[in-house]
Design a protein around this ligand. Structure first.
Ligand code: SF4
Ligand code: SF4
Length: 444
């Protein structure tokens, strides 16, 4: 897929990938072998999109029909086509990949969703009076799990109100993923579509601060779905982390994506090697006035958990990766961070994660001169407000894996708030399945 030149795109926030033309999409779709076993769909795509069928429609030029096939299983094709880790999922299982490059399933999904958005008048509407059910459901969080759950419940005729803690809806889709990967227009379109189905989105209502499970139940809701993600960044836990200029990735990305507010910095170090670290370093490279961005990662490139495509794009944008290096201390001048003391690492035997364990090399410390440090070493659930719901030792809500029911009758949960940080598609899939389970509970 054509994309913006790295030297140009690093100076703007426009989407990096430029999308297929109709001719390109048909040409790519023709590469699909229509395999009888279609592992891309059965064992690759977590929500089992009917990949061969929608791709076949593209080869016929029947793009709207391709969209309708996708709509049977997914609530957010324009999003998933852009942000799914396809190399681990659908494309990772494509037989074309055995002897060359897999069919670009994500790019084709994105093409179909974009084609629909640009060429079809959306007919989404609220359930008719006869379809409406007399029960209402509260959904906590308007990220992928909440959007998918709310949409499915609204389709079934339930009254749904989403409570979102931020001023803007969309959860991680709005404030976590940078616009150069997922344009706001896409998320806004999905939210508008959802509202057209009758779903009400109540913003600036935070669980544990403005609302609680008890108060929701007292308002007459018949069920609750909690899908408020796991967006709280884990801190580094090193001396100096309280200095000015040390930012959790979630806060940095939120400010950059939503407020368009940026740290005043010339040299930024991002700590971590996952997809959030990739989003953070690439967003950091676009901060006005920034001259240099480093990624400090304690293992080697081979162990990096990020999407290899994101890594390639970050390297092309001039970001320097410092591997086998861990942060030891933030160096300050008064209240302000002016450097990051690091230590070189070597890899020992695999640890519990299955990856080789980084071990510090004594006497290898050095100071990286930076005036902003972004912590992207992981995130956890912000579990204020879960009340007496049963939780795991890590603070995630415990649910029945089949029904998504929590320990409290009528309260369901799904997505990152249950599993810890996973993918958009996993959260969306959980939201759809939980909606089925909630409907079953309400009709008992
Ligand atoms: Fe692939 Fe994600 Fe689309 Fe499934 S939803 S087909 S994994 S891009
Ligand atoms: Fe087509 Fe690849 Fe799926 Fe086979 S595995 S049906 S080639 S997309």
């Amino acid at each position: 897929m054509p994309e913006q030149d790295p030297k140009v795109r690093v100076n703007n926030n426009d989407e990096v990938a430029l999308g297929y033309t109709e001719e390109m999409a048909v040409r790519e779709a023709l590469r699909c072998l229509k395999c009888r076993e279609h592992p891309c769909m059965t064992s690759g795509c977590p929500i089992h999109n009917n990949i061969p069928a929608f791709i076949e429609k593209i080869t016929e030029g029947a793009f709207e029909e391709a969209y309708q096939i996708l709509s049977e299983t997914t609530a957010l094709p324009a999003v998933c086509g852009r942000v799914c880790p396809q190399y681990l999922q659908c494309e990772g299982k494509c037989v074309r990949g055995d002897k060359g490059s897999p069919v670009a399933i994500g790019a084709l999904e994105r093409f179909v969703a974009d084609w629909h958005r640009h060429n079809t008048v959306e007919e989404a509407s609220a359930a008719s009076e006869s379809e409406k059910k007399q029960k209402k459901v509260a959904v906590i969080g308007s990220g992928p799990a909440g959007i998918a759950c709310a949409g499915k419940l609204a389709d079934k005729g339930y009254a749904v109100i989403i409570f979102e803690k931020e001023k803007k809806a969309g959860g991680v889709l709005s404030y976590g993923i940078p616009e150069f990967r997922l344009p706001r227009e896409i998320v806004d379109t999905e939210l508008e579509k959802l509202q057209k189905t009758g779903v009400v989105i109540n913003t600036e209502k935070e669980l544990g601060r403005d609302i609680g499970i008890d108060s929701i139940m007292e308002q007459g809701f018949d069920a609750v779905f909690i899908g408020n993600g796991a967006g709280k960044s884990i801190r580094l836990g090193i001396p100096g982390q309280e200095l000015k200029g040390v930012l959790p990735a979630s806060g940095f990305l939120y400010d950059a994506n939503i407020r368009k507010e940026y740290p005043k910095a010339e040299k930024i170090a991002v700590i971590g090697g996952g997809n959030v670290a990739m989003d953070a370093c690439r967003a950091a490279a676009r901060v006005p006035g920034v001259q240099k961005v480093y990624v400090v990662y304690r293992r080697s490139m081979a162990e990096m958990p990020s999407d290899p495509k994101e890594l390639r794009e970050a390297v092309a944008e001039g970001i320097e990766f410092i591997y086998l290096t861990g942060p030891v201390e933030v160096v300050g001048d008064g209240e302000k961070a002016v450097g990051l003391k690091c230590q070189k690492m070597e890899l020992a035997e695999p640890d519990a994660s299955g990856r080789r364990k980084p071990v510090p090399i004594p006497g290898s410390e050095f100071v990286l001169e930076v005036d902003c440090i972004i912590e992207a070493i992981g995130s956890e659930s912000d579990n204020d407000g879960f009340g007496d719901l049963e939780k795991s030792s890590r603070g995630y809500i415990t649910t029945d894996p089949d029904t998504f029911a929590t320990s409290r009758p009528g309260v369901f949960a799904g997505g990152d708030t249950v599993t810890g940080p996973k993918t958009v598609i996993a959260a969306m899939g959980a939201g759809i399945k939980a909606a089925e389970s909630i409907a079953e509970y309400l009709e008992k």
